[in-house]
Design a protein around this ligand. Structure first.
Ligand SMILES: CC1=C(/C=C/C(C)=C/C=C/C(C)=C/C=O)C(C)(C)CCC1
Ligand SMILES: [Fe+2]
Length: 313
């Protein structure tokens, strides 16, 4: 299989004229066994952990493993030439924070449309973990399928989570996802077939992710996919692209930009202690926080990908 000069080439795959074999990326090896074990555990024993345990797990794992992949954003921005001096760096941070704050404000003002917008943006973002060189419509369809399958498995569980995040009106969003689920599942299978032609490991990842979404509770699916595949892939890609600038600086930026939002989340939790159950507050902090960071994060990742692709042409 030829993988040279293909943006879907797995990280670390050798390139050259002599038909190199695509190496299976680290995150595929991490995600697939984890996904299959988790899916199997719920298929056989259905050992559903209490919701509060799942929420605590997602808060901790998203903080430790999920957040750092967004923390590479200042480095992506530097590569894009968005900042060069301390002053333009400060302006970049101000802009990034302002966009995130605007998303939170919008969410509080119009929660249900904000949730829908978050799901649509996330569909494009997550769907781009596969078939990266293919049209956006295919990637969006893949992501929409991935995010709808949990509702197909357990519409009420997803509806309850959405209601905590966006109020009663959000129940209809889970219903819509459950209704679209079967068609989207077919779309995901098509995406897997398309991916298989150039990168078979992507097809296996997609099938593993679909099995996980259909068999494990919604939050367990999200934890395993988000931490073991999505975040791991972007973190590794980010470190690889920053290789010229030294690992120490990259580590420092990742640490600082992981800790800053976490500190903010902690302040919010302490500030609002007693106004709602801790698990509900945690769920809101995790997902509304992710929504706030996703908008500037996705804009940068998209620009970064575009720059990378044009430099490869
Ligand atoms: C709330 C919620 C869901 C959606 C989560 C989303 C959409 C997360 C997006 C995170 C992003 C985009 C991170 C960026 O890297 C699920 C899993 C459908 C079902 C369980 C409840
Ligand atoms: Fe991401």
């Amino acid at each position: 299989m030829t993988v040279a000069a293909d943006p879907t080439t797995p990280v670390g795959a050798p390139s050259g004229a002599r038909e190199p074999r695509a190496r299976i990326p680290f995150e595929t090896r991490l995600f697939l066994p984890l996904a299959l074990l988790t899916a199997l555990a719920f298929l056989i024993a259905d050992p559903e952990p209490p919701l509060v345990v799942q929420i605590a797990a997602i808060a901790i794992l998203a903080a430790v493993l999920g957040m750092p992949h967004g923390a590479l954003d200042p480095l992506i921005a530097r590569r894009l030439g968005l900042w060069r001096t301390p002053l333009t760096f400060a302006a970049f941070n101000l802009g990034y924070t302002a966009v995130a704050a605007a998303v939170v404000s919008l969410w509080l003002l119009t929660p249900v449309p904000s949730l829908v917008a978050f799901l649509l943006i996330s569909a494009a973002h997550f769907g781009s973990d596969w078939n990266r060189a293919r049209p956006l419509a295919l990637r969006f369809l893949t992501g929409a399928a991935l995010l709808s399958l949990p509702s197909l498995r357990d519409q009420d569980a997803v509806a309850d989570l959405y209601v905590t995040l966006a109020g009663d009106g959000a129940r209809a969003v889970a219903a819509a996802q459950a209704a679209l689920g079967p068609v989207l599942l077919v779309g995901l299978a098509v995406a897997a077939v398309i991916a298989a032609r150039r990168a078979p490991h992507e097809a296996f990842e997609l099938l593993g992710a679909a099995a996980l979404a259909l068999l494990a509770p919604p939050l367990m699916f999200f934890i395993v996919y988000f931490c073991a595949l999505h975040s791991a892939r972007h973190l590794r890609g980010g470190f690889r692209e920053e290789h010229g600038h030294g690992r120490r600086l990259t580590l420092l930026v990742v640490a600082a930009y992981t800790l800053a939002p976490l500190a903010l989340a902690a302040v919010f939790l302490v500030d609002t202690a007693g106004t709602a159950a801790l698990d509900e507050q945690l769920l809101r902090v995790v997902f509304i926080g992710l929504a706030a960071l996703t908008v500037p994060h996705m804009a940068l990742v998209t620009l970064g990908d575009r720059a990378l692709r044009s430099s490869q042409v």
